[in-house]
Design a protein around this ligand. Structure first.
Ligand code: UT7
Length: 322
């Protein structure tokens, strides 16, 4: 059986860092509140003219070099993002062209914070079907451009960044099982009220900001992620004790701790970036994966569970061997 396997990773974080102390100067908050309620200590913020595709290019270059491939080997680009450069053309075509990848299948997926898990799952299917031989898969976000910097309920949470992986067919085990889900009944708990076909005139006004009922999102996230993790392991015939690492979406340290507890995993087996990156939405899982691989904690052959949850609600998990 042919698997798809991650053979290279990369990440990019914008230069500018905003600490909790910086936020204390602009809103009524404290470093202590942000750290204890969310785990975030600092976050990276895009420069004025910096776009999501700019960050993707940098992350992709690192992943391509890590995989030891040439751009001409790539025959598919899929990016998960809710903050594309333009409404169209889709961001993956911009990335394909800027990187010099020959014309290929290129599209983007919008699944909020679950964007990368959706993109990776999709690329896995193309590779297993023999329709792609080398996919560039990204999760990236300039989410701070959607944030109201006067709203302390949301602005302390988010950060920008991009993560990229190269996915290729392999006879060795790579991606073992993927699970995706979504339920639009929860739309009003987390949304951005401006779109191409709805309320476009509000773009750039005070009404255009992330709307979130944090407490309720928190509860559904913990419940749903716990369920999907259990389903993923069961489907793959794997028990919790077999897992080497959890690479979770980095929305809130308390959600991550709750997940680790459900999986009976000590926090030493969890890749944590929320303190340095904040919630980077679709970028958080691929960046955390890259951090863990590059600092030597995640090793070839290990069993890794990645999971994410976001606006929609959307959710998903990928179980894989590195
Ligand atoms: O990425 C995908 C999905 N997103 C998430 O998963 C986010 C999930 N939700 C959360 O992470 C948490 O709900 C938050 C971090 C957003 C909020 O934490 P919480 O423990 O649920 O706090 P809360 O919303 O219940 O607010 C508690 C108090 C409130 O004051 P009162 O009403 O008790 O007087 C807030 O006004 O904390 C206040 N508060 C703040 N205080 C200082 C809210 N934001 C801040 C702040 N600094 N930045």
């Amino acid at each position: 059986m042919t698997y798809s396997r991650i053979v290279g990773t990369g990440r990019y974080l914008p230069e500018r860092i905003m600490t909790n102390a910086d936020l204390e100067k602009i809103i009524d908050t404290t470093d202590e509140w942000i750290r204890t309620r969310t785990g975030v200590e600092r976050r990276h913020v895009c420069a004025e003219g910096e776009t999501t595709s700019d960050m993707c290019i940098e992350a992709a270059k690192v992943a391509i070099e890590d995989a030891g491939i040439d751009v001409t080997d790539i025959d598919m680009v899929i990016a998960g993002t809710t903050t594309p450069d333009l409404i169209f053309p889709n961001i993956s075509t911009i990335i394909q062209h800027k990187l010099g990848i020959p014309a290929c299948t290129a599209f983007s997926l919008e699944a909020a914070c679950t964007g990368f898990i959706y993109a990776l799952t999709t690329a896995d299917k193309f590779i297993k079907a023999g329709e792609a031989k080398c996919a560039l898969v990204l999760g990236a976000e300039c989410i701070t451009k959607l944030v109201d910097w006067n709203d302390r309920n949301t602005c302390v949470l988010f950060g920008d960044g991009a993560g990229a992986v190269i996915l290729k067919p392999s006879e060795e085990q790579g991606i073992i099982s993927c699970h995706l889900g979504a339920d639009g009944q929860y739309k009003d708990l987390l949304y951005y009220p401006v779109g191409a076909s709805n309320n476009l005139a509000a773009a750039g006004t005070d009404a255009a900001r992330i709307m979130m009922t944090g407490n309720d999102v928190f509860k559904v996230a913990v419940k749903t992620l716990g369920k999907i993790a259990a389903e993923t392991l069961e489907d793959a015939g794997v028990i919790k004790e077999d897992l080497d690492w959890l690479v979770p979406h980095q929305a809130n340290i308390r959600i991550i701790q709750a997940m680790a507890k459900r999986l009976d995993m000590p926090m030493e087996k969890v890749i944590l970036t929320v303190q340095d990156h904040g919630n980077t939405s679709a970028a958080s899982v691929p960046m955390a994966l890259d951090v863990g691989i590059r600092d030597g904690r995640l090793k070839p052959g290990q069993l890794i569970l990645m999971e994410a949850f976001g606006g929609g609600f959307t959710w998903g998990s990928v179980l894989m061997r590195l």
